[in-house]
Design a protein around this ligand. Structure first.
Ligand code: DX5
Ligand code: ZN
Length: 222
C-alpha cells in the first residue's frame, strides 16, 4: 500500500517544504499534477518545478500529466527527473505509441482513465503500462468530492489484472480521505493519491501518517 501526497493541495509557494515534510512523515512517492489549461480548466506547474523538487527529495516522482498531446512532454519531464509519467487516454489519439515512448526513455508508464471512461480501453494496452490510474473525480482540481461509481471500476480492473497476471500498480486519485480511501484499498487499489485530506489538515504530517495507517488496515482486510 502506497500513499502518494498530491502537492497540488499544498501551499504552492512552499512546495519544497511540503515535499520534505511528506518525506519526513514517511512518503516514498510524491504525486505531481501537471495541468495545461486545455485538457483541464486549470494551470499548475511544469518541468522546472519538478526539477527543483528532484533536488530536494529522494521520493519517487509520480507525474500525472493532465495535458493535451502528452507525447510532447516526455522529454522535458524525463530531463526534470520524473520517475513515472501518467498520460490520460482521453488526451492522446495514439496512447500505445506514447506509453512505449515513455518506457523507451527509461521511465515507468502510467495510463489514466477519467471517471466516465470505461475500462475496456485497457484491452490492448495491458502490456504497455506499469500503472493504471482510475480517477475518482473529474481531473482539474484538488478538493473535489469522490465519485462512488468508480469503486466498481476499481474492482473490475483489479479482477482483470489478476486474471491476466498483470503485476503493475492500480492507482486511485481524487477525493481520497479516511472514509473513501479504505473503500478504494478494499476494492483493489495499491497506490492512493490524496491532496486535501493531507494538506487541508492543520498538521499534514500527522494526517499523512493517520491516513496511511487506515489504508494499511483496509488493505489487510481486502
Ligand atoms: C485532480 C488531481 C488530484 C488532486 C487530488 O485532478 O489529479 O491529484 O490533486 O486532490 P484531492 O485528494 O484533494 O482530491
Ligand atoms: Zn493527480
Amino acid at each position: 500500500m502506497i500513499l502518494a501526497p498530491s502537492l497540488l493541495a499544498a501551499p504552492l509557494a512552499d512546495l519544497g517544504k511540503a515535499a520534505q515534510d511528506m518525506e519526513e512523515a514517511g512518503a516514498t512517492w510524491l504525486h505531481l499534477d501537471i495541468m495545461d489549461g486545455h485538457f483541464v480548466p486549470n494551470l499548475t506547474f511544469g518541468p522546472g518545478t519538478v526539477r527543483d523538487l528532484k533536488g530536494k527529495v529522494q521520493a519517487f516522482l509520480d507525474v500525472h500529466l493532465m495535458v493535451e498531446d502528452p507525447a510532447f512532454w516526455i522529454e522535458p519531464f524525463a530531463q526534470a527527473g520524473a520517475d513515472l509519467l501518467t498520460i490520460h487516454i482521453e488526451a492522446d489519439r495514439h496512447p500505445q505509441r506514447t506509453l512505449a515512448a515513455i518506457r523507451k526513455r527509461g521511465l515507468q508508464a502510467g495510463l489514466a482513465l477519467s471517471p466516465a471512461t470505461h475500462e475496456s480501453v485497457l484491452e490492448y494496452l495491458w502490456d504497455d503500462v506499469d500503472l493504471i490510474l482510475l480517477m475518482t473525480v473529474n481531473p482539474g482540481f484538488a478538493g473535489q468530492a469522490f465519485l462512488p461509481p468508480v469503486l466498481e471500476k476499481i474492482r473490475r480492473v483489479k479482477a482483470q489484472a489478476e486474471a491476466r497476471g498483470w503485476r503493475g500498480y492500480i492507482q486511485v486519485d481524487g477525493g481520497v480521505d479516511e472514509r473513501t480511501g479504505p473503500l478504494c484499498a478494499e476494492a483493489g487499489a495499491g497506490v492512493l493519491v490524496a491532496g486535501q485530506a493531507i494538506f487541508g489538515h492543520p498538521d499534514p504530517k500527522a494526517a499523512f501518517r493517520n491516513l496511511l495507517r487506515r489504508l494499511k488496515g483496509a488493505d489487510d482486510r481486502g
